[in-house]
Design a protein around this ligand. Structure first.
Ligand SMILES: Nc1ncnc2c1ncn2[C@@H]1O[C@H](COP(=O)(O)OP(=O)(O)OP(=O)(O)O)[C@@H](O)[C@H]1O
Length: 456
């Protein structure tokens, strides 16, 4: 015996006799009905039915198809996965084809055989389920390479999607972000999501190496090329052959080396210092910087032609302070990680510690947060990390912003109701329909929020 709940099927039909017949024919589903466009939309918002059957001729002008097509477009805009089966008049092929072109799943000419329509509805439910399952699996399997990167912030999630999307191409990527925002983590994620994953990921920090050594680090040298060059050594570019080379702090690359890098990007060959042979290298370049390269270009400190070679895809990374909820999300994860590493058993963050983390501006971004929590885990006396263990200083008490969910909800509800009242010209029945709630619920809400309809 199956215990599955019947699935919601919306029947949009203004002919009440036919509506009743359809309900009766499809009693294996949880049938919902609507006789016009607005109530159909309210049902869509309230119940999200995966499948809809709809008549094209709807009031106020049931003889024309304009209201039906408008509804079809609105359903697909609100819930694009909905399978809409359009019921047309006999010999109404033109409208049937127009409905399919707009995204309807199928059409049936009236009068139709309920058994045949039931088969199509079944098929539509199955297709809808498959698509949902597919999406769920993709969501679960997708972020493999970037799964070490924690975020709930919408902008940061967008950055991750961009990285995953460009991973398959060979485009040069420029990551722009403050120090410690995760540029190297993203560059590695890009490499690991790319077809080059089996080859090497090589990173070099252009700011950390003195100018005279940077050239040989990047391009390599032949034995005897300079004093101390005891043996032939390939440079980082060559070492990354087949893989990905990350040039961190590219804004610090000295001008003569910028010219040399540009030549490499144009010709894709390197010549080691003291060597005469050109060596072909196939490498994907990812650059990163916290500097404003555009202003460096205006100051003559960065070559514009190199910039355009490097900036095929530019990905700005938001600083931690602009990522909603991420500081605490990461803090909990770091506590867990370091408590395990330090064999301190299970540790938690006290409320005062969480508030102090929320209020800090994190100029050093995730790296600063990571170091801060590592120290706190080591320093904490018990299993609960306090504000003092976090050691961010400052008096956070005054700055604490309490999130009052009720107020946030009230504000959102007030905004929605006022907008709907305006749209419905203060007609409460219409307002309730637009909002997808019953009239008594609307009255209750308006009463609670102290809202008055202008007619009352
Ligand atoms: N979203 C994140 N989730 C988990 N760990 C992160 C995240 N972002 C950064 N980290 C960690 O924070 C540290 C700093 O990140 P990373 O080295 O990638 O930053 P960066 O922008 O390259 O820094 P810099 O510009 O100073 O080189 C690393 O240990 C990294 O693993």
């Amino acid at each position: 015996m199956t215990t599955e709940r019947p699935r919601p099927l919306l029947i949009v039909e203004d002919d009440l006799a036919l509506q009743k017949q359809l309900r009766w024919s499809f009693d294996q589903f949880e049938t919902l009905t609507a006789a016009d466009r607005e109530s159909a939309l309210a049902q869509i918002h309230r119940h999200a039915p995966p499948v809809v059957t709809m008549d094209l001729g709807l009031p106020p002008d049931a003889d024309s198809v304009s209201e039906g097509f408008r509804l079809l477009e609105q359903i697909l805009a609100a819930a694009p996965d909905t399978k809409v089966i359009v019921l047309t008049g006999q010999n109404d092929h033109a409208n049937a084809l127009r409905a399919i072109a707009l995204g309807a799943y199928d059409f049936f000419a009236k009068p139709f055989e309920p058994e045949l329509l039931a088969l199509t509805i079944d098929r539509a439910f199955r297709l809808h389920d498959l698509q949902q399952e597919n999406r769920r699996l993709q969501a679960v399997q997708h972020p493999t390479a970037l799964s070490g990167l924690l975020t709930r912030d919408a902008n940061m999630q967008r950055v991750c999607r961009t990285i995953e999307k460009v991973a398959n191409s060979n485009a040069t990527v420029l990551l722009l972000g403050e120090s410690g925002t995760g540029k190297e983590l993203l560059a590695r994620g890009l490499h690991e999501s790319s077809p080059r994953v089996k080859e090497r990921f090589v990173a070099i920090n252009c700011a950390a190496i003195p100018e005279n050594l940077l050239e040989s680090e990047l391009f390599g040298y032949e034995k005897g090329a300079f004093t101390g060059a005891a043996k032939t050594t390939p440079g980082k570019i060559e070492t990354a052959n087949g893989g990905t080379l990350m040039l961190d702090e590219i804004g610090d690359l000295p001008l003569p080396l910028q010219a040399k890098l540009l030549r490499f990007l144009q010709e894709r060959v390197v010549e080691r210092l003291g060597g005469r042979q050109e060596i072909a290298v196939d490498v994907r370049i990812v650059c990163a910087t916290h500097q404003n390269l555009k202003s460096q270009i205006s100051d003559g400190r960065f070559r514009e032609d190199l910039y355009y070679r490097l900036a095929e895809i530019v990905v700005p990374i938001p600083p931690l302070r602009e990522r909603t909820g991420d500081a605490t999300l990461l803090a909990h994860a770091f506590v867990h990680k370091f408590a395990e590493e330090q064999k301190r058993g299970s540790m938690t963050l006290g409320e005062d510690a969480v508030r102090s983390i929320e209020n800090h501006r994190w100029p050093g971004n995730v790296r600063e947060l990571e170091n801060c929590l590592k120290r706190a885990v080591i320093m904490a006396d018990g299993s609960r990390i306090t504000r003092d263990d976090i050691g961010l200083g400052g008096n956070d008490e005054g700055e604490t912003e309490f999130i009052d969910l009720r107020k946030v909800r009230d504000d959102a509800e007030r905004h929605a109701i006022v907008t709907a009242l305006g749209r419905a010209n203060n007609n409460l029945m219409k307002t309730a329909e637009i909002l997808g709630i019953s009239r008594p619920t609307l009255y209750d809400l308006m009463h609670r929020l102290g809202l008055k309809s202008q007619n009352s």
